[in-house]
Design a protein around this ligand. Structure first.
Ligand SMILES: *Cc1c(COP(=O)(O)O)cnc(C)c1O
Length: 421
């Protein structure tokens, strides 16, 4: 079993938790940067390799900017995500719009920013042209292999997925786009989420390489880049093992040489849109224990709730929990670890073995650096927590303050305030 990593020692984290208002998120700058570099390094053989970081995973500009400085682009799926990218100095083709069910103003904003537009459906060709009054010179399509592939737990079976163009439609997409004067073409897919089995990623590469050959043969279109999407998982449980990206890269390279070089399609650029594997393991939710109660089960009640971290309640996801300062004690007490929402699935863990927990203890909820704060919400009028960044020099910067009551009510119009309908 792996030792679950912490960004600082127990004592230092306790000190920080007592200084700041809990709950809060803490991200580890050095670890994120090192990880981003390692990710790129694994694929340094691949032509034009880059990762378009999925903004939705961790939409904090300080972190997006850090990744931008490492050469990452952004994968956006809404107008505010496009604007965040721009604010972080990420513009033009360093932005991928991988949206679905896309509003016209989002298409227009992406086009005006020079972003690459990745279409989710064959009808979006006409929708995009209508929105722009013209057609971009570069376009990508999201492919859904349907029954040719099986999905995984979070993203589900591709046949049931709302995303992408079917196998029967994909050739027509490229023919139509070519007729509209498109000069550069991409091919995208995303058939997994939080996948730890590397062979799944390799098979996705094989699928896209083979499809690139088919598109060349049947549509007369040469694919300039493939975009593997996101979906690389992280080892949330101590017994999980991280995906061996070195082995994935080696296997992909062999397929590239065989299929792409073999059919004269080299160079074909390779992109990913990973979010989770980039920041996930390097973000932590720090929370104080408010109450320890004994009912028909034993409960640890935190000052964080599923409004701060929704994954356990939404997907039944495991997030490891460390009780600070009790690392030498035996984990021989069984608890449900809860938040305070009036909602019984507001639980971070069910039947979790922990050391004996007491009121005032501080816990760290691991692997919260992606799809964590970002998925937060305001149910029960819970206010969103602050985010802090542990800098490489050991200092700690607030990179998002906690929401206040005034923030929460700022959009309301009542009590004599003008209501314009
Ligand atoms: C969510 C998403 C990603 C990122 O997924 P991760 O699991 O965070 O790697 C990338 N691309 C698209 C289109 C997505 O919807």
């Amino acid at each position: 079993m792996r030792e679950m990593r912490l960004p600082l020692g127990h004592g230092e984290l306790l000190e920080l938790a007592h200084k700041l208002d809990t709950p809060f998120y803490l991200y580890d700058e050095g670890a994120i940067i090192e990880n981003a570099r390692a990710f790129k390094h694994h694929f340094s053989w691949a032509p034009g390799f880059t990762n378009y970081f999925a903004v939705k995973a961790c939409p904090n500009p300080t972190i997006i900017k850090l990744l931008g400085e490492e050469g990452f682009g952004t994968d956006c799926s809404s107008l505010p995500e496009l604007r965040i990218s721009k604010a972080c100095g990420i513009t033009g083709e360093r932005i991928m719009l991988s949206s679905n069910d896309t509003p016209a103003d989002e298409f227009r904003a992406a086009y005006e920013m020079g972003a690459i537009i990745n279409l989710d459906d064959i009808t979006h060709i006409a929708a995009l042209e209508k929105a722009l009054g013209t057609f971009p010179k570069t376009i990508s399509f999201r492919y859904n292999p349907g029954p040719e592939r099986t999905g995984n737990a979070i993203i589900g079976n591709p046949v049931e997925a709302k995303y992408g163009v079917t196998s029967a439609q994909i050739i027509d997409c490229y023919k139509i786009a070519k007729a509209k004067g498109v000069e550069r073409f991409g091919l995208h897919t995303m058939v997994a989420s939080n996948e730890l089995d590397g062979s799944y990623i390799v098979e996705t590469a094989r699928m896209l390489f083979n499809l690139s050959v088919r598109i060349k043969e049947e549509a007369g279109v040469r694919i300039d880049f493939i975009d593997m999407g996101g979906g690389i998982g992280i080892p949330y449980k101590p017994e999980d093992k991280a995906m061996d990206l070195g082995a994935v890269s080696t296997a992909m390279r062999a397929l590239y040489d065989e299929i792409i070089k073999g059919s004269g399609l080299d160079p074909l650029k390779i992109f990913f849109e990973c979010g989770r594997v980039i920041t996930g393991p390097y973000g932590y939710l720090v929370s104080e224990v408010l109450h320890v109660t004994s009912k028909y089960k034993e409960y640890v009640g935190l000052d964080a709730s599923m409004a701060d971290l929704m994954r356990p309640a939404l997907y039944g996801s495991y997030h490891h929990i460390t009780v600070l300062g009790k690392d030498k004690e035996k984990a021989d007490h069984r608890y449900d670890v809860t938040g305070s929402l009036c909602e019984n699935n507001d639980k971070f863990a069910i039947d979790r073995l922990l050391p004996k927990v007491e009121e005032g203890d501080v816990v760290v909820i691991h692997d919260s650096g992606a799809h964590g704060h970002a998925m937060g919400f305001n149910y029960n009028a819970k206010l969103r927590s602050a985010e802090y960044l542990l800098r490489r020099d050991g200092s700690v910067d607030m990179i998002r303050r906690a929401q206040t009551y005034d923030d929460y009510v700022a959009t309301l119009r009542f009590d004599g305030a003008p209501v314009v309908v």
